[in-house]
Design a protein around this ligand. Sequence first.
Ligand SMILES: NC(=O)c1ccc[n+]([C@@H]2O[C@H](COP(=O)([O-])OP(=O)(O)OC[C@H]3O[C@@H](n4cnc5c(N)ncnc54)[C@H](O)[C@@H]3O)[C@@H](O)[C@H]2O)c1
Length: 476
Amino acid sequence: VVTEVGALGRHLALAGFMGAGKTSIGREVARLTERPFVDTDAEVERRFGPIPTLFDERGEEEFRRLEEEVVAEALADDDPAVVALGGGAVTREATRERLSRRAFTVWLDVDVDVAWEHVRESDRPLARDEGSFRRLFAERRPLYEALADGRAGDVDGVLLAALAVAVRRGALGELGGYLPAEGPVALVADETVLPLHPPRWDAAATRLIATHTVPAGEAAKTPAVAERLWRELALDRRGKIVAFGGGCTTDLAGFVAATYLRGVGWIAVPTTLVGQVDAAIGGKTGVDLAEGKNVAGAFHMPERVVVDPDLLATLPERERRQGLAEVVKTGLLAGKPVWELPDEEMVRACAAFKAAVVLSDPFERGRRAILNLGHTFAHALETASGYAVTHGDAVALGLLAAQRLSGQPTDVVEAVLRPRPVRVDRDAAWAALERDKKAVGGRTRLVLLRAPGDPVHGVELPPGDVRAALDELIAP
Ligand SMILES: NC(=O)c1ccc[n+]([C@@H]2O[C@H](COP(=O)([O-])OP(=O)(O)OC[C@H]3O[C@@H](n4cnc5c(N)ncnc54)[C@H](O)[C@@H]3O)[C@@H](O)[C@H]2O)c1
């Protein structure tokens, strides 16, 4: 199901005043999303010489014309890029129009004092005098505000905005404000979570036409529950499904959204750590069959993901551990000790990392596979135990194996997740690993780390080494 969400499949343009950090933030966002980076100021200078000279010798109007040309060329390219726009580029009507057609534009909003500090020593023609700099700042703000599809202040903020993910404490108290502009809404909620955290709809309350509760946990992810929802839902094609619960609820409701009336839009409101850092982001949806987990599913990107870290306050410790395994996985992939952060920052950093990976490869044709770090081993242990071993505990063990096979230290995994070898049948675990859907051409392809923050996917190792690593995770 194809929906237009954020910067998926389109350019990600960064607009904002001089000194907002468009170039440095843009370069980092491009690196993390593996997209080409175009800095329009640098491109103008490369072609036409230094901007101060252009201003002095040919005048601002001529500079704007050349800049418009450069921006138009960058946006005409079909390969989605990150495009950092010169501060005044958006003063041209034609540029604004091209941005609205070809790009998702994030406004890098910065405090005027910070901006002035960044540029006061520079040779920028419009930053020669503080008074006029401040006047221009005030004049331009409404322009950025009117034009932008999202707003951010740092790299993670841009990544989150670019995939329509909002991370904000207290967001549930103003949920109505996060809904897309119009259309009826059906709430699909985990029956345990709903009474604990009733969402507030405010002005959007009249749009909420029904609330459908689903069982807590994996019991929700079945064809039977999906069928019940298909039958109960009374939405038209403009309708939206709001999924409220953990990864099980969002996987189910997202799948129902993908299939009901051949696809309606949906909004994910994850309530578990697993959901907030992983499951609700990226549009993988599905239900389980007796034949295996997630066997029937679809890629269907949520139009919004609303993450309220305050909801984690009621999460049982056991469930928190499940999420912590994904947090450690993310930290190893990103090369950042995100597990040391307080909840809100931890969730924000992990969600932003996942958003970057999804933006680089939405349909898992390549790089998105890095998110499976440790998961090949985890799936084998879960399956061999008949799902008695939880996913988080299995991932913790899987990370241990991945770190060992990568020749990387295992101390963080051990200290934060305290994985304990599990009692499962060794042959059954090995058989499950070999059956794993990531096995291509009869060989298991693993995600390993060359160094923290530097994953490789599709690695083939001798089966003996893989089996030995799996065996180490199993109690004697
Ligand atoms: N789509 C993806 O990309 C993706 C990624 C990772 C995991 N998943 C899927 O996610 C599922 C696991 O999700 P999960 O770990 O969030 O489990 P879950 O949805 O089963 O929730 C776990 C338990 O916590 C309860 N709960 C939820 N929020 C709560 C809160 N705020 N306070 C108190 N209790 C709360 C639920 O009622 C449930 O009993 C698995 O099916 C897995 O396959 C999907």
